[in-house]
Design a binder for this molecule. Structure first.
Ligand SMILES: N[C@@H](CCC(=O)N[C@@H](CS)C(=O)NCC(=O)O)C(=O)O
Length: 233
């Protein structure tokens, strides 16, 4: 059984998408990041970065002590290796998946995250910052669109953990000030992933856990302005 420490955000959805695809049993342990639950001592033991998602696998391959993990990309890779699914075993196929997984983790996720911050949440509109992150998000959408011009999924013809990492960050495309009509291959891929039963099940789980927008005024106070000193536990 897997315990998934989760909240209803893009990085959280990546992992429920995998678990639903693979049909692995899991228990959601909600961590309401808008209420500061990411600072609970028990959670910090698993996730020292005070961010969701994180997980504990109580039945790791080969037995032994439970394995705990944070960082959504590491979790997707761990789960792919555990199940032998959603990553090819051959050298070249695996390299395709890994480079796009890391592209999401190091590029699309952080850049779209800053887009969300400066477009939607910052207390003042700073045009330079808004343009910087809206443009960079747009560039990354262009990279994806070109990549998807001649293949079904990001890493080739098979659906993989790279697609699962990317999809939740395309869901809020309108709020990122992006227009999928300008990226027809990305739009086709987006619709295909959205229609997968496991994607729908993952987002239905999110609805069960939380119907409120995460970013209330209370949540902004908890989540913005974190420093080494004020997060020291
Ligand atoms: N690189 C991390 C990023 C995780 C992350 O930023 N999680 C956000 C929600 S999507 C969070 O927990 N925020 C809590 C906070 O800002 O205090 C991952 O992919 O797991």
């Amino acid at each position: 059984m897997i315990d998934l420490y989760y909240w209803t955000t893009p990085n959280g959805h990546k992992v429920t998408m995998f678990l639903e695809e693979a049909g692995l049993p899991y228990t959601i342990k909600p961590i309401n990041i808008g209420k500061g639950e990411q600072f609970q001592p028990d959670f910090l033991k698993i996730a020292p970065n005070n961010r969701i998602p994180a997980m504990v696998d109580h039945e790791p391959a080969g037995g032994g002590a439970p394995v705990s993990l944070f960082e959504s990309g590491a979790m997707l890779l761990y789960l792919a290796e555990k199940t032998g699914r959603f990553i090819p075993s051959d050298l070249r196929g695996r390299a395709e998946v890994l480079q796009w997984l890391f592209w999401q983790m190091g590029g699309l996720g952080p850049m779209a995250g800053q887009n969300h911050h400066f477009v939607q949440y910052a207390p003042e509109q700073i045009p330079y910052a808004v343009n910087r992150y809206v443009n960079e998000t747009n560039r990354l959408y262009g990279v994806l669109d070109r990549r998807l011009a001649d293949r079904a999924f990001v890493a080739g013809e098979a659906y993989s953990i790279a697609d699962m990492a990317i999809y939740p960050w395309i869901v809020p495309h309108e709020r990122q000030r992006q227009n999928l009509d300008e990226h027809p291959h990305l739009k086709r891929w987006f619709q295909a992933v959205a229609e997968r039963p496991a994607t729908q099940a993952a987002y239905a789980r999110a609805q069960e856990i939380n119907q409120q927008p995460t970013m209330s005024e209370e949540a902004k106070k908890v989540m913005f302005g974190q420093t080494a000193a004020n997060t020291k536990r």
